[in-house]
Design a protein around this ligand. Structure first.
Ligand SMILES: [Zn+2]
Length: 208
């Protein structure tokens, strides 16, 4: 397996961790994002970068009708009410009720546990402000069965705890993705305790 920094992989660098790739899972699930090598807890896995498309709800709704199912499938709404369409394979991240990565503020996601080579990367859709409930068959022992748009209002203490436990590892592991963050300073302020940690509770857009 080629290291992430090899020239062969340079053209595949995206604003999701470079040691990841898109793989087809099944006709029912579609694609998912997988680790090509072990990735340690605390690694920044995704950043909101300059290529991602950020729209107001009004501007997203003004796109012609054929575009709207694409928003439904691939975009999400953040806690500030912004509609985000990831330009990279971040938009293929699947949900798990026991996700490998969680948000740190709206612009970063970190690995909340060690990720093995060939393991699928997963995130928590509870904080993406789903417009419709989603059936979940993630297979995790704590699978909720249905992912709802208000789940984050009850899950946030546990999500915050897992994020806070993983964050101190951020200083101890390589961070190849942070150079693409428009502003990495807030992330390091949270890691180093110079600013209070953001809460997943604030991802609920209706609260903003
Ligand atoms: Zn589940």
């Amino acid at each position: 397996m080629a290291p992430a920094s090899s020239p062969r992989r340079m053209c595949e660098l995206t604003m999701i961790h470079p040691a990841t790739e898109l793989r087809f899972i099944s006709p029912e699930i579609g694609y998912g994002v997988f680790a090509r090598e072990p990735i340690p807890r605390g690694t920044v896995m995704w950043v909101l970068c300059r290529f991602d498309i950020v729209l107001s709800p009004k501007n997203a709704a003004a796109f012609p009708p054929p575009y709207q199912p694409i928003f439904e499938c691939y975009a999400y709404t953040d806690g500030a009410g912004r509609v985000i369409m990831c330009w990279d394979h971040g938009r293929y991240l699947n949900h798990s009720c026991d996700p490998t990565m969680l948000g740190v503020g709206g612009d970063f996601e970190i690995a909340v546990r060690d990720i093995a080579a060939d393991e699928e990367l997963t995130c928590e859709y509870a904080h993406l402000n789903l417009t419709e409930p989603m059936e979940c068959r993630c297979g995790a022992p704590n699978c909720r069965g249905v992912i709802g748009s208000t789940d984050v209002l009850t899950l946030w203490p546990d999500l915050d705890r897992r994020m806070a436990e993983a964050l101190p590892f951020a200083r101890k592991v390589p961070q190849p993705l942070l150079v693409y963050a428009p502003n990495a300073a807030p992330f390091w302020n949270w890691v180093d305790g110079r600013a209070p940690l953001p809460s997943h509770r604030d991802y609920y857009a209706a609260a903003s």
